[in-house]
Design a protein around this ligand. Structure first.
Ligand code: MG
Length: 277
């Protein structure tokens, strides 16, 4: 039977008028990935809502001196607080007080370890835009090499929401997108609480993080489901799992993801505890 036999003439005219079909929405992510516990979405799900865009106000904290009890991790003078994750000196460049990622040189991490900390860092995405999505200004704050707060140029550059700037990678998009344009200096203030295990190796406290980007809250004491690398290199079944106990004292790692992201003014201070001055 002719499928158009009962189709109104007007519709036939539209169907035959040569109007190009709507382009399918650009595929941003994946759906053949593990389901994220407690959500209707999958890891890197492109249909997850894109965070609302917020234009940050002037961030007067940029280049502000650290508090008196902070450990200065980078003040533009040297990289003595850092090492390559491959061992030895960091292979990133230090020019005019600015630390810059060297593609294919590997991540760098702090020599010291910190439990429950407040971290301040400033970064700038490459002013010259190259690539898109996950390939545009990708770096990250990888706490203990396993809990990533994403650094990405997400200024008018969509990607899967749980991988955009400020996402807890593969787990939770930020509440909002507070990115500045590429080339501009931006700030992250990250308050991290380490996970804890009891003597029997049972997880008794998940890692939790508060993230403020350019003076705007992205996460408020949000718990990690586990290690954030469940999709890249770690079996999918590991998603949502804390793979094995580790001490509360952890390193801060900065990710080399092929893009020349720049850093300055990095400091950290241990939170301590109430009634323990
Ligand atoms: Mg990254």
């Amino acid at each position: 039977m002719n499928p158009f036999a009962r189709t109104p003439l007007a519709l036939l005219l539209v169907l035959s008028s040569g109007v190009a079909p709507l382009r399918a929405q650009e595929k941003l992510g994946y759906t053949d990935t593990p389901a994220i516990p407690g959500t209707p979405w999958h890891v890197h799900d492109g249909s997850r809502p894109q965070p609302r865009v917020v234009t940050p106000g002037a961030t007067f904290s940029l280049l502000a001196p650290p508090p008196s009890d902070a450990v200065v991790l980078f003040d533009g003078r040297d990289l003595s607080q850092w090492e390559s994750i491959h061992g030895g000196e960091p292979k990133w460049t230090l020019t005019d007080g600015i630390l810059e990622v060297v593609p294919f040189s590997g991540n760098i991490r702090t020599k010291q370890r910190f439990a429950d900390f407040q971290l301040h860092l400033e970064y700038a995405e490459p002013a010259v835009i190259k690539g898109k999505g996950q390939y545009r200004g990708n770096s990250g704050v990888l706490i203990n090499g396993m809990y990533e707060v994403q650094i990405l140029d997400s200024y008018e550059s969509p990607t899967y929401p749980d991988g955009q700037s400020g996402a807890l990678y593969g787990q939770m998009p930020p509440l909002v997108n507070a990115c500045k344009p590429p080339g501009e200096w931006q700030s992250y203030d990250i308050i991290f609480e380490s996970p804890r295990w009891d003597a029997a190796g049972v997880l008794v406290k998940k890692a939790a993080v508060t993230v403020i980007q350019n003076g705007v809250v992205l996460h408020h004491r949000h718990e990690f489901f586990g290690s954030t690398d469940g999709i890249n290199g770690v079996p999918h079944k590991a998603l949502g799992a804390y793979l094995k106990p580790h001490p509360p004292e952890v390193v801060v790692e900065l990710q080399e993801h092929r893009n020349p992201v720049r850093f300055r003014n990095i400091w950290i201070r241990t939170l301590g505890d109430y009634d323990h001055p």
